[in-house]
Design a protein around this ligand. Structure first.
Ligand code: DO4
Ligand code: MG
Length: 284
C-alpha cells in the first residue's frame, strides 16, 4: 500500500491509497496535509476506511505532499558522501567534522509546490556544469513528529557550486526541478526495517547505462528518529514534512549529468523514481 496524491480529469487533487493498480480516497479526507495531521495510529486506521477506487491508469499521480508541506535533507550521513564532498570541496574540514558531530547537517530543500515526481523532468542548473543525482531514503513525518512512512527523494545537486564554497549550498541544492519525490509513501507499519533497505541508482544515456551504483541504509550513520528529533527541535510542520536522509551513492568526479539522461532510483520495499534531466533557465 502507498499513500498518494492524484488527479482525476476536471477534479481537485485528492489524497488516497494506492494498492496495486487502484487508487481510492480515504473517507472524509481530501489532502495529504489532512492525512499528515493525524496521529500515526489515526492514520493507520483511516487508511482502512476507503471509498470506491478507480484504476490508477485513469489518474495522474502527483508529488505526495501538499499545503504547507516541506522537504528537508540531511547531509554527510554516509561515509561515501563525506569522502566525495572532501574531494570536491575547497573546505574539506566542514564535511569531516559534521559526519561525526552530534548535530547533523539539515537543510531545507523544497516546498511542496516546487516538487516534481515520477516521470517528470528533473532540472540541473545552466550556471553549474557539474551535477549529480542523490538517491535518498526519505522519511515522512506527521505534524506530531511521528515517522509514518517512507518514500524516495532525488536530491539533485550541483557539485561545482557547492565545491567552490559551502556557503553556496542553498544555490547548489535549491533550484527548479532540483527535488523529485516518488509518487507513493509506503506506510511505516509496512516496512520491516528501514535501516536495512537496498538503494539502487542507474543513469542511462542514449539507451545505455553510464553509471550504476548501489548501497544499503545499513551504511547510514544516523538514526532516523534522531534526525526527525533535531528537525522538530526548532520547527513546526503543521502539514507534515519529508526528510531525505542523505546519499550513499556519489559517482566519481569525472561523471556529470547531461540533458536527456534518465535517472532511475529504486529502494526495496519503498518503490521507484525515474526522471529525465533537463537544463534549467539561463544564467543571470
Ligand atoms: O553537505 C552537503 C550536502 C550533503 C548531501 O546532500 C548528502 O550527503 O546527501
Ligand atoms: Mg543529499
Amino acid at each position: 500500500m502507498h499513500l498518494v496524491r492524484y488527479l482525476l480529469p476536471g477534479q481537485r487533487p485528492q489524497a488516497g491509497v494506492r494498492t496495486d493498480d487502484t487508487v481510492a480516497p480515504v473517507q472524509g479526507i481530501a489532502t495529504m496535509a489532512e492525512l499528515l495531521r493525524l496521529s500515526a495510529d489515526e492514520l493507520r486506521s483511516a487508511t482502512d476506511h476507503r471509498a470506491d477506487g478507480v484504476p490508477v491508469a485513469d489518474v495522474t499521480l502527483l508529488p505526495p505532499l501538499d499545503g504547507r508541506g516541506e522537504v528537508w535533507c540531511a547531509g554527510v550521513t554516509y561515509e561515501r558522501s563525506r569522502g566525495a564532498r572532501m574531494e570536491e570541496s575547497t573546505e574539506q574540514s566542514v564535511y569531516d567534522r559534521v559526519y561525526s558531530a552530534e548535530r547533523p547537517e539539515l537543510f531545507p530543500k523544497s516546498p511542496a509546490w516546487r516538487l516534481v515526481t515520477d516521470g517528470e523532468q528533473i532540472g540541473i542548473r545552466a550556471d553549474s556544469g557539474h551535477d549529480v543525482p542523490e538517491p535518498e531514503l526519505a522519511v515522512v513525518a506527521n505534524s506530531h513528529g511521528e515517522i509514518v512512512g517512507f518514500t524516495i527523494c532525488n536530491d539533485v545537486s550541483s557539485r561545482s557550486i557547492e565545491g567552490e564554497n559551502p556557503l553556496y549550498i542553498p544555490q547548489a541544492k535549491v533550484f527548479a526541478g532540483g527535488c523529485a519525490l516518488a509518487t507513493g509513501i509506503r506506510p511505516a507499519w509496512e516496512v520491516v526495517d528501514p535501516k536495512n533497505l537496498t538503494i539502487d541508482l542507474a543513469i542511462r544515456r542514449d539507451g545505455a547505462d553510464v553509471f550504476t551504483g548501489t548501497t544499503s541504509t545499513k551504511q547510514l550513520v544516523r538514526e532516523l528518529a534522531d534526525l526527525i528529533g533535531v528537525l522538530f527541535a526548532g520547527n513546526e510542520f503543521p502539514d507534515g514534512v519529508i526528510l531525505a536522509t542523505g546519499t550513499g551513492i556519489v559517482p566519481e568526479l569525472d561523471f556529470a549529468l547531461r540533458a536527456g539522461d534518465e535517472v532511475a532510483i529504486s529502494i526495496s520495499e519503498v518503490g521507484t523514481l525515474t526522471n529525465t534531466v533537463a537544463v534549467g533557465r539561463e544564467p543571470f
